[in-house]
Write a protein that binds this ligand. Structure first.
Ligand code: AFP
Length: 313
């Protein structure tokens, strides 16, 4: 399977969700998040960092970009009228918006994952997982939707509401147009993105990476989870890993707002997402800052990782 299939069907995001009979409130929520991305892009591109922290030349305070991105996104969610609870990478507790769960959604997000990469002009992204109702401390298999927005040379939005994975690209009017429908991953890939220090890999992980290298896989790692996953998804093949390390048994990436949304998307594209010993989407979060090791991408590559880890740890 080559590049994910392109489509001639042109539709903006809202119209696409309407035409695929998506729940009206979920459509509203997804479009609010998409709209928020326009303001996040502006801050990234112009360095206009709003208020707080050090002063800029206008005497205003400046925010760290991830804090500003969080404020932009949170404000849209707070005023959307369809959100019950929020979990943000920038806040160490659950933000209750409404005690009324009926017809509402709860959102777990990383407003600007990889924000430190902006200083070196590398791609970063917003990652969002959406649950129906009030509870967010649920296994990721309960997600009703997941999406990410990738701020790269182009701004793209990748979304699934459980009916396949679709890519939208921002046009000159800052609206999102459908680019690819039903993106699918091949069973086996030829690129790998190995996170974490190699000298801290366990024997099983080291053996798995050597297996990938010996079969000719090429290393593609940017340090940004969103662009690295996006490369696997849009090339239709590959694997990203941030494994358990000798001094970090749970790896680095956060379950609620990094791993679960990406695992939902990758599984919707026919791939797999594992801790190395079990499905990411089956993990019951103990807290909002839970971390887990991750092997995510082509399902046969993920299964091979699990084999090596079962055999060698
Ligand atoms: P930050 O959001 O703290 O920059 O971390 C980004 C990230 O969580 C994820 O986007 C990358 O895949 C991973 O860290 C990279 O980690 P290393 O810098 O250890 O490779």
């Amino acid at each position: 399977m080559g590049e994910a299939g392109k489509t001639k069907f042109q539709s903006d995001l809202r119209r696409y969700l309407r035409e695929t009979d998506e729940d009206r409130d979920l459509t509203r929520l997804i479009c609010e998040i998409a709209d928020a991305s326009k303001y996040i892009i502006n801050s990234i591109r112009t360095g206009d960092l709003g208020v707080a922290g050090t002063s800029n030349l206008y005497g205003e305070e400046q925010l760290a970009l991830d804090v500003l991105s969080d404020r932009i996104l949170r404000k849209r969610l707070l005023h959307s009228g369809v959100v019950a609870n929020i979990v943000s990478e920038e806040c160490n507790e659950i933000i209750t918006v409404s005690a009324d769960c009926e017809g509402k959604y709860s959102v777990a997000y990383d407003p600007l994952d990889g924000s430190s990469l902006v200083d070196v002009n590398l791609a970063v992204g917003t990652i969002v997982g959406i649950y129906k109702g009030c509870d967010v401390l649920l296994p990721g298999r309960n997600l009703v939707a997941a999406m990410y927005i990738l701020y790269g040379p182009r701004t793209t939005l990748v979304l699934s509401t459980g009916k396949g994975v679709h890519e939208f690209a921002m046009n000159s009017l800052m609206e999102y147009d459908l680019q690819r429908e039903n993106i699918q991953l091949a069973p086996v890939g030829n690129i790998y993105a190995p996170g974490g220090q190699r000298n801290k890999y366990t024997p099983g992980v080291e053996a798995f990476v050597r297996y990938l290298e010996e079969k000719g896989a090429k290393l593609r790692y940017s340090g940004g989870f969103v662009p690295d996953i996006n490369q696997v998804l849009l090339k239709g093949k590959g694997i990203f890993l941030y494994p358990h390390l000798q001094d970090a048994p749970n790896g680095k990436l956060r379950l609620l707002y990094e791993l679960n949304p990406m695992a939902f998307l990758i599984e919707q594209a026919g791939g797999a997402a594992s801790t190395g010993r079990g499905r990411i989407l089956d993990l019951l979060p103990r807290g909002i800052d839970d971390r887990a090791p991750v092997f995510i991408g082509c399902k046969d590559d993920v299964a091979k990782a699990e084999e090596f880890i079962a055999r060698m740890g």
